[in-house]
Design a protein around this ligand. Structure first.
Ligand code: R5P
Length: 306
């Protein structure tokens, strides 16, 4: 078995390689003055099962193109199989036609990845459980929820709640399946889901309502907001402000993918939350980190599924 890393998440690739007792095999990735990339496999890979680790956050297009080229180069060089570990699968939110005339971007990416020669995909916490249906090759859809459950248990048992009741919150209705699964992992911890509305033209977010069982009071509770990703930070920001107005005492935030686009850091630094937990599905450089941010590793989960 040989393991390779694209340029988007070298530290995670290193961790996976270390866990497999392998070292990363070298790749030559050259960028021409016009921006085109040339990828070259250096080692002998004939009849080898190969793993490529490449997440596809911003710059999503660059990261995808590089992944296609690495997979193609490995297959042309005789690799027996190529497993693409794509912890964060970019374009997943464009999984259907929202408004007439749009492309289904994720389907285009999936088709290109398969045409490049990928044999298996490993990915995490997809926005919708329908996305695996776009693939005709095996896909392991893994989740960071067990890591989050562990942390939430530790926070609850560590006395931080000082007797207050906890509640899990999905910041949008699309996350309801995720929050129910997490509730089960946490012995049926109560949950609620915010109903949000996004203007498809401007991207502006508006909170409409919160769906919560009638016997559950929000006031004075400690909330764990759980989402698949933080991109602009807008969803989390709006959810936190809304929950504070509802009388929630303290908030912890969990999101698998730290996409952190645009001014996310500026928004997140100011958020009234105790801590923001993300995973290393996306590499977060030092300049995008801030004191309340904690990064959990998904390397072990990937290794268990290789
Ligand atoms: C939305 O449906 C997702 O589950 C996330 O809540 C959303 O994509 C986060 O994006 P942003 O941080 O830009 O609001």
């Amino acid at each position: 078995m040989k393991i390779f890393s694209g340029s988007s998440n070298g530290p995670l690739a290193e961790k996976i390689a270390e866990g497999l007792r392998l070292t990363l095999s070298p790749l030559e990735i050259h960028i021409f003055p016009d921006g085109e990339k040339r990828v070259r496999v250096v080692d002998e890979v004939v009849d080898e099962n190969c793993i490529v680790v490449q997440s596809t956050p911003p710059n999503v297009n660059e990261n995808y193109i590089e992944l296609f080229f690495i997979v193609d180069a490995l297959k042309r060089s005789g690799a027996k199989s190529v497993t693409a570990v794509i912890p964060y699968l970019g374009y997943q939110r464009q999984d259907h036609v929202f408004r007439e005339g749009e492309a289904v971007s994720i389907e285009v990416m999936v088709k290109t990845l398969q045409a490049s020669g990928a044999d298996k995909i490993i990915t995490f916490d997809l926005h919708s459980i329908k996305i695996p249906q776009f693939f005709s090759i095996p896909i392991a859809h893994l989740s960071a929820l067990p890591l989050f459950a562990e942390k939430i248990r530790a926070i609850s048992e560590g006395g931080a709640l000082s007797g207050a009741s906890p509640i899990l919150i999905s910041p949008d209705m699309g996350g309801i399946r995720r929050i129910k699964l997490l509730s089960e992992l946490l012995g049926d911890m109560p949950y609620a889901s915010i109903e949000k509305d996004r203007n498809l033209k401007t991207g502006a977010i508006r909170i409409k309502n919160i769906h919560v069982a009638p016997n559950i009071q929000l006031k004075g509770r400690f909330a764990f907001i759980v989402d698949d990703m933080i991109a602009s930070g807008g969803t989390i920001d709006k959810a936190v402000n809304f929950l504070k107005k509802k009388g929630i005492a303290k908030i912890w935030i969990f999101a698998t993918h730290a996409v952190f686009a645009e001014n996310a850091k500026i928004i997140l630094k100011k958020i009234k939350a105790e801590k923001i937990y993300v995973t290393n599905s996306v590499f977060v450089p030092k300049e995008k980190q801030f004191p309340k941010l904690q990064i959990l590793s998904i390397a072990r989960i990937i290794i268990e599924n290789l």
